[in-house]
Ligand binder design. Structure first.
Ligand SMILES: Cc1ncc(COP(=O)(O)O)c(C=O)c1O
Length: 385
């Protein structure tokens, strides 16, 4: 079976975990601090704060830019459900705007037309690692006095053209960018998240909230030559990343360039191998974006049944996933407060008519050929049925 993904972890990560495990500091200690420093350097951000997942990073990011009860946040329905859920955690309402068919990312023009009087922020997504049109979204955010938060869960190592040069996602280009270290991402720690920002005050708040609102972190108290007693100034959370996870993340981060280079090669190979499949839509990189190819998403020939293709590929030993979900179609969003001022045809068409193919560092060319053969056969069969 060719899986949809397989994390690239090995002896280096196993060895790295020994450091905190035997060193005695297991959570939010020196490994986390080092991971934050190294991550900030890798994406070019002034501040990076590690947390337990991207979901909680998004929660803190939206809270920090002032989203609260009764506010609206314009975002994509076409995303993992965590994106919209984080808006709701704060008692705010997701306002869904449609995506562009080529990049599967928010259409800036539709974002602008979806802004309500209660809108406080735009929460954009770099879906499947493809940078969204941040230049346009940043201009819209400025014009309307809105905060801009980037869901960069899948986008570590992706780049965009900014001020005439290539920059990595996460400097950040909005107010805050949020990353995930889930095993389906390029850099994994099992679970984990990171918030990057240029604003020291936002970074201070993230650090406070991730640890129960504790005014003096335990790392400081443990090293203090005098007795220091902490206070709990604000309601906070336990959103800590462990040192075991950070040690793994640091090893992964060291290989980021190699991981991205390999994914780009694999994406090029897929494009060559699949060029002849009749009616199949291949992903497009706009001139201002360089994807990390976290996922490789193809659009099935029109009229082809997605489930039939997926089953036929599974029967041939190839695992696939449907197109990215749409939150507004899920039972959890059936009756809840959310709004789509305009229809979402591209989001729904992408969910129903796209397929994600196996994509991981150690995917071999012969396996890619097998995937291409299985997909070509499955499309022909599904088309004929
Ligand atoms: C676009 C997007 N946002 C948020 C998340 C949530 O990330 P995490 O699992 O680290 O909470 C994911 C996870 O897959 C995602 O793909």
């Amino acid at each position: 079976m060719i899986p949809i993904t397989r994390p690239w972890v090995g002896e280096a990560e196993a060895e790295a975990v020994r450091r905190p495990l035997l060193g005695g500091w297991l959570t939010q200690g020196p490994e986390v601090e080092a991971f934050e420093r190294e991550f900030a350097a890798a994406v070019g951000a002034p501040h990076a704060c590690a947390v337990a997942s991207c979901t909680v990073a998004l929660h803190l990011a939206l809270k920090a830019v002032g989203v609260g009860e009764g506010d609206d946040v314009v975002t994509a329905s076409h995303s993992f459900v965590a994106t919209a859920n984080c808006v709701r955690y704060l008692g705010a309402r997701p306002i869904f705007a449609d995506i562009q068919s080529g990049t599967y990312n928010l259409d800036p023009e539709l974002v602008e037309r979806s802004i309500t009087p209660a809108t406080r922020a735009i929460l954009c997504v770099h879906q499947m690692g493809m940078p969204c049109d941040l230049v346009a979204l940043r201009d819209i955010a400025w014009r309307h006095g809105l905060a801009l938060v980037e869901d960069a869960a899948c986008a570590v190592g992706s780049e965009l053209l900014w001020d005439g040069g290539w920059q990595r996602v996460g400097r950040p280009h909005g107010d805050v960018a949020c990353f995930s270290f889930h095993p389906r991402k390029l850099v994994t720690a099992g679970e984990g998240g990171m918030l990057t920002t240029a604003d020291p005050e936002l970074d201070r708040r993230f650090r406070l909230w991730r640890q129960h609102g504790m005014t003096v972190p335990d790392t400081v108290r443990h090293c203090a030559p005098i007795v220091v007693v902490e206070a709990y100034d604000e309601l906070g959370y336990n959103y800590r990343l462990t040192d075991l996870q950070a040690a793994v993340g640091r090893e992964q981060l060291r290989r980021l360039d190699a991981i991205v280079a390999r994914r780009r090669l694999l994406a090029d190979r897929y494009r060559e191998l699949l060029a002849e499949v009749p009616g199949l839509g291949l992903p497009v990189e706009p001139p201002w974006a360089r994807s990390n190819w976290q996922s490789f998403c193809v659009r099935l020939p029109s009229g082809t049944d997605q489930r039939t293709v997926m089953q036929s590929m599974l029967d041939a030993g190839v695992s696939t996933r449907r197109g990215i979900m749409c939150a507004h179609r899920e039972p959890a969003y059936r009756r809840e407060p959310w709004l789509a001022p305009l229809p979402l045809p591209e989001s729904e068409r992408a969910q129903d008519g796209c397929l994600l193919l196996p994509m991981y560092h150690e995917l071999a060319l012969e396996e890619q050929e097998e995937v291409a053969r299985a997909l070509s056969r499955a499309c022909a069969l599904a088309g004929a049925a």
